[in-house]
Design a protein around this ligand. Structure first.
Ligand code: FES
Length: 133
């Protein structure tokens, strides 16, 4: 293959690649965005036994008269944090991030607090926390 033919074929290849990316990326982004879904985790009244309850990736914190739902997903790379009842802190087993009893970051590598989740309470006292995947 001579130089002229090579440049011709390389130019055609780049044009096709550009076309594929121009059409493909928006389609991929649309599919990715439309596949997001909301997960509802329901804590039945009788399931809430202590100050910290855990279910399906959600910690439900009951402190005095306050109720708060916190995602168990570490804000560093997404591992599931564990609650340490002795220190009343959340610890990530993957890289050692630590969060206080309210989910605020104490030390990294995570740079953000645990995500606070919206909560609704039914008239029966069941609590629903929601998050988006
Ligand atoms: S995923 Fe939690 S510290 Fe890295």
């Amino acid at each position: 293959m001579d130089r002229r033919n090579f440049l011709k074929k390389a130019g055609a290849f780049c044009a096709r690649l550009g076309l594929v990316l121009a059409v493909g990326y928006p389609a991929f982004a649309f599919v990715l965005h439309s596949s997001r879904r909301t997960v509802h985790v329901i804590f039945l009244h009788q399931e809430r036994l202590g100050r910290v309850s855990f279910k399906n990736g959600v910690f439900l914190l009951q402190r005095e008269q306050r109720l708060k739902a916190v995602s168990a997903r570490c804000t560093h790379l997404g591992c599931t944090v564990q609650h340490d009842p002795v220190s009343d802190r959340f610890v990530c087993p993957c890289h050692g991030s630590v969060f206080d009893a309210e989910g605020h970051r104490i030390r990294g590598p995570a740079e953000k607090d645990l995500e606070i989740l919206p909560v609704t309470i039914s008239k029966e006292g069941d609590i629903t926390a929601s998050y988006t995947l």
